[in-house]
Design a protein around this ligand. Sequence first.
Ligand code: NAP
Length: 300
Amino acid sequence: MYDIIIIGAGPAGLTSAIYAARGGKSVLVLEANMAGGQIVNTPMIENYPGIFEIKGFEYTMNLVKQATDKGAVIKYETVTKMDVSDSEKIVYTNAGEYKSNAIIVATGLKRRKLEIEGEEEYSGKGVSYCATCDGAFYRNKDVAVIGGGNTALEDALFLSEYCNKVYIIHRRDTFRGEKEYADRIKNKDNISLVLNSEPVKITGEDTVTAIEVNNKETDESVILEVSGVFIAVGQIPSNGIFDKVLDLDEQGYINAGEDCYTDKAGVFVAGDCRKKKIRQLATAVGDGAVAALAAMEYLL
Ligand code: NAP
């Protein structure tokens, strides 16, 4: 029996854990994968106020240490369902069940698939969703990054340090990602932009050897010979298990306002899995604090 169970050990969940444990509550954090969520794979965080720059992994380790030093317990188990109908709530995992008086859902997002031919077949054989995890395997090779958001631009800059050539394949001619990244990319000799273009097919033998790309303006297709394809086309919420329990919007985000209250008493939501406009480290951490304080107020 815990005061608060937090589902998800990303920046939002771990911030909630720090606040709640520091507030004297017994806190269990349940995490299906490794702690940190998306930020653990971010090469360098440069826009978190007060920290000039820090590697995503190092930042995650700091969060984990801060939460556990304050008394939060982290268990690496997958939540399969939860029962929130009573004031005493039950969270079921692959390893057991836990009870609490309040729950904070902070399950974040997962990478969106491109859903083109060859993506599934070559996943792990040249197709990757994590440049920081897999980039080093492509030293001196040619690779492609798909997408035009901050993740794609960061991935391309990171890969350009290892790879011979990096193609950025983007479906428009302007980037959704920040200008600062776009400016840095312009100064990189080994990054080549393939704009107004959509990937059609990933091909290979045992591993990836090429990607076919269609130019939307000319309707011409080109084959780019690459050993790796890094897909960074956005994210989707991981809220499937809460479908019948919490109010989700049509895209699967949990409906809740800035106060982080869900439609169920004693259940709060924090971070990227909440319906919101801006998804940044700073806003996830802000949600984490708000949700923990709301949960503590509820417990009073
Ligand atoms: P994102 O901002 O949603 O960008 C996704 C990109 O993929 C867009 O350029 C989009 O094209 C493209 N795309 C989507 N579906 C596609 C498809 N089927 N085929 C081809 N291209 C497709 O996602 P993100 O880059 O993962 O970033 C997610 C959030 O995290 C954002 O809020 C971002 O600012 C934040 N983030 C921040 C930082 C940072 O602050 N340093 C770093 C990483 C991420 P269109 O532009 O045409 O829609």
